[in-house]
Write a new protein. Sequence first.
Length: 429
Amino acid sequence: MAKVHFIDVTNRDGVQTAGISLAKLQKTMVNYYLGQLGVYQSELGFPCIWHERNYIEANLELARRGVMGSLVLEGWCRATVEDVEKAVRATSLQHLNLSVPTSAQMIWGKFAGRVDAKMVITNMVSAVRRAKDAGILTVGVNAEDASRTELGYLIEFAQAAKDAGAQRLRYCDTIGIESPMHICNRIKTLAKVGIPIEMHCHNDLGMAVGNTIAGAKAALEAGVDVYVNATVNGLGERAGQADLLSCILALEFAHELGGEVELGDRIDLTVARRLAHYVARAFGLPLPMNQPGVGASVFAHESGIHADGVLKDRRNYELFDYDLLGPAKLCSAPDGRVITTGEYGGLAGLRHVYEQIGIIFEDTVQARQILELVQAANAHTQMPLTDDELILIARYPDQVRKLLSFPLVEPVVRGRETTLEFAGAAGNG
């Protein structure tokens, strides 16, 4: 029986949202919570961008030590041999997704005649083969703007990707133009290629979750595994993407889905509320009060009929129990006097804060090392550190030190001008 898996793209597509960003420590915590939640994979970033590399390597080390659970860490590249080789040289990632536009609009509008549809497939195949030759374990191929791509060409593209050794095809509704019935019919046809399909839907028309679920169900009915792409709280380019929790809840509880669809990931929903609140806090964005599952009004009742009904039996007006999604609390906050630690903290305050979360330092040397990391982490995030961030710092100081550091690029002098060489470019999907 075909199964549903989840690929979270918060640390790649979510951070591309204009005007907001995550610090590397915060991206690491997102991966940590995703591992606890039980999703299959995190698209953790860009191995071809210089400032991502230490963060990526630190997260891979944490994953090898079991900190991320069974979470697979995957990087995003353009579907070029050059990008693949750069990613392999710069990081020890074993999983990549390679992206290239496939619609006539984007092939002409972005490449301006330098690349045609045939070359798109040829270059993609070369990139996939180079990745497999380099020892990359899984390769996903992203068809950017798949929803505006002529279906016959998309099938040819998918078949070529499969034949070259790719394990998945990402169907990108890049501008959010899909509708549930339309995407369902296209995915049923595309699935005949026999390659597992990733659903990657944007929310420009407010239908990202509906389109994702419709496409996923079509793939399952066609007998291929499906990998739902989503972001925490639905953040992403422009109007955002499919919300991760909404997709999970739909597959768990919606008619013709709940109990009928087999999830390939062991999801622990008790982590969901904490993850949602952490991401909202880290991005500096308030969590919408009507955010599915975790918003402040989701379990709030005021009108007389509703209040009476829910007090008699919560199932009258609540689809699932509040406790299903776990607690939201991120920081210990005792009443009365509060001692914190951070960028300008000292040893006494540090020891006190860590004692409150159950960590005692062996000696002053260890405490001072952790203090320096706490100071650096606070300066790095420019936010008070959460309990889980403090715990990660204390338990894995070497990896935290790595992700907080950056390999500085060398200036390149051309005549009178001095520039900085920045490798790679941010992605689309």
